[in-house]
Design a protein. Structure first.
Length: 439
């Protein structure tokens, strides 16, 4: 089947099959982008990364694509070493940057990526132009500038008008992508890289507060990758697909294909995928995670997000539905696979349900008997009735997350067999057990 999703404003929505201007792109295999890489050194051949580091960074970019469930891959097809001061110091000298590109890369038959000494701003990138970064730079800078090369804008871009905090006019203002939360100018200065939190203090012209900024998004701040693997949204990846098709399909002679595997977890959990023609999970807020995910066409695996919880702790999660047209009453179910057996069928693993046409809150408590561990949480939303853990919602969506549970009571006198104990309060790091009491 093909998903007919070609929006009137010329923007394209990610789906099982990407559709652009009436042409359907089938879903079969990954896209490999050829990279023509230039490493520019000083005239004495010092002052830049090694070729082995360059290959490591490309591998890191590909790992980040995988974490984000996007089937892009970069491959170095040409590597040039240039030792020349005139090309090493090029702060905002765009003519000189183009000279490097035209002299040492295979552009336009490959993506021109340049690492040099000083370009004046950490890096530059533009659609169908080049991607260039300063030394020492980093894989995150390459990821960011390559995003520009394929048509992505900064999440705080306001050249086309103010991004409204409520998301209004998202397709024609800001970064032109509707599943990146509205972001104010100067957002990099408001990200606390120690706590990876965004200081939501700025309001738009209507008085609404900007919040939910993706602190580690590929197009937010390159340095924010310390807050986790750089994030890229389905809307951003769809925009990259579109610009690849428009500008590079003829040059690269490759077929653009979308990774269908995002519909199914690869670790043994049952595969589900809802229908989001009318409603979807828009946002999940629990403990340290506030994920404004938007419409992911029925399922998304967010297990790279770790929600930090404590055994015996009581929590509320807030769940927000998204609606395309009319507003409907949605039914929510949430499960935690406490015993890590690959399903949500055990007693106590359905932790809560709620219904409503706006945001809902579900309260729950982590049992004190749960030892420190990571485990899967599944959130499902459906119209009409409460969803089950392994049934695809007929009208709704499913998202998976990772919980990181810490049990601070794990010790050798708590009357519980936990941690690495082989019996109650004995064995492992708690000393030997008498055989008759070992359990």
């Amino acid at each position: 089947m093909y998903a007919q999703v070609c929006l009137p404003d010329g923007h394209y929505q990610a789906s099982d099959y990407l559709v652009y201007c009436g042409e359907s792109i089938p879903c079969e295999t990954q896209v490999v982008f050829p990279i023509s890489l230039v490493l520019v050194y000083k005239s004495d051949c010092t002052g830049n990364i090694s070729t082995s580091t360059a290959h490591d960074w490309i591998a890191q970019l590909n790992d980040w694509w995988e974490v984000n469930n996007i089937n892009f891959r970069y491959e170095i097809t040409r590597l040039e070493i240039v030792c020349d001061d005139q090309y090493y110091y090029v702060p905002e000298d765009f003519d000189k940057m183009e000279e490097i590109r035209d002299r040492y890369t295979d552009y336009p038959y490959a993506v021109p990526l340049i690492q040099t000494g000083d370009v004046g701003a950490g890096g530059w990138g533009a659609l169908d132009w080049l991607a260039i970064a300063d030394y020492p730079g980093g894989a995150d800078f390459w990821f960011h500038e390559l995003g520009h090369f394929f048509g992505l804008l900064h999440t705080n871009d306001n050249e086309r008008g103010e991004q409204r905090a409520d998301g209004a006019f998202c397709a024609t203002t800001g970064d032109l992508v509707c599943d990146t939360p509205p972001t104010p100018l100067g957002e990099c200065d408001l990200i606390n890289l120690n706590t990876c939190a965004y200081d939501a203090t700025i309001r738009d012209s209507t008085g609404d507060l900007y919040q939910g900024v993706l602190v580690n998004n590929i197009m937010t701040c390159p340095s924010a990758d310390i807050c986790g693997a750089p994030n890229i949204t389905p809307g951003q990846s769809a925009r990259m697909y579109f610009h690849y098709i428009e500008y590079f399909k003829a040059n690269f002679d490759q077929t653009i294909l979308v990774d269908c595997a995002i519909a199914a977890p690869t670790d043994g959990y049952c595969a589900v995928r809802g229908q989001t023609t009318q409603e979807y999970i828009d946002r999940v807020r629990l403990a340290n995670v506030d994920n404004q995910s938007g419409n992911n066409n029925g399922y998304w695996n967010f297990t790279h997000f770790e929600v930090d919880l404590v055994a015996s702790g009581a929590y509320f999660m807030t769940l927000f539905p998204g609606h395309k047209d009319a507003i409907y009453t949605e039914y929510w179910s949430v499960w935690i696979d406490y015993n890590q057996d690959g399903d949500f069928n055990d007693p106590g693993e359905l932790i809560g349900q709620a219904s409503g046409n706006e945001r809902v809150r579900i309260g729950f408590q982590i049992p004190y008997t749960v030892s420190s561990r990571t485990c899967r949480m599944r959130i499902a939303m459906n119209f009409g009735n409460y969803p089950t853990s392994c049934t695809s919602p007929s009208n709704g969506e499913v998202e998976d997350y990772t919980l990181k549970i810490i049990n601070h009571s794990e010790r050798c006198e708590d009357g519980i067999k936990n941690g690495n104990e082989t019996g109650i309060d004995c064995g492992g790091s708690c000393g030997s057990c008498d055989t008759e009491f070992e359990q």
